[in-house]
Design a protein around this ligand. Structure first.
Ligand code: DQA
Length: 146
């Protein structure tokens, strides 16, 4: 089974971007660790990062054709992109919303996610492990559906 992992704006700068909030590891390193974990669980991960809303939407559309689910850290688009929300509704494969930081413990604007209502669920605040927890959540979801 293939799962798409999409990271949105500014997440390409992980490791140098506000390390006290987002940790000191690069996105490449996080992706490698997640890929290993996924392989052990029998999943094949595909990774995509973009700073552009349209490119993320295009990738979500593509994922519906060849992926069973999506792990999505939409970065700041989480808080205001209705276009992204509509894309998630449109693709009809499970999408898990992920945040490295605890968005509820930060600025007010981060408390609102416009994508949360159309995602399978949301995971926030566990650092790099938020991605691994999203993978486990999808694994349970697929298990229930079998
Ligand atoms: C983030 C939280 C967002 O509020 C922020 O805009 C990000 C990263 C996180 O992973 O904690 O870019 O999605």
């Amino acid at each position: 089974m293939r799962i798409m992992v999409i990271n949105g704006p500014n997440l390409n700068l992980l490791g140098e971007r506000e390390p006290a909030v987002y940790g000191g590891e690069t996105l490449q390193s996080l992706n490698m660790q997640l890929s290993e974990k996924a392989a052990g669980m029998g999943y094949d991960l595909e990774f995509f990062q973009s700073n552009s809303e349209g490119e993320i939407i295009d990738r979500l559309h593509e994922a519906r054709l060849d992926c069973s689910g999506v792990i999505l850290n939409a970065g700041a688009y989480t808080h205001y992109s209705y276009a992204l929300r509509d894309a998630i509704s449109a693709v009809r494969i499970p999408v898990v919303e992920v945040h490295i930081s605890n968005v509820d413990s930060r600025e007010d604007f981060r408390r609102n996610s416009v994508i949360a209502p159309v995602c399978l669920g949301s995971i926030s605040g566990f650092g790099k492990y938020s991605y691994a927890l999203a993978l486990i959540a999808l694994d349970y979801y697929f298990g229930e559906k079998k």
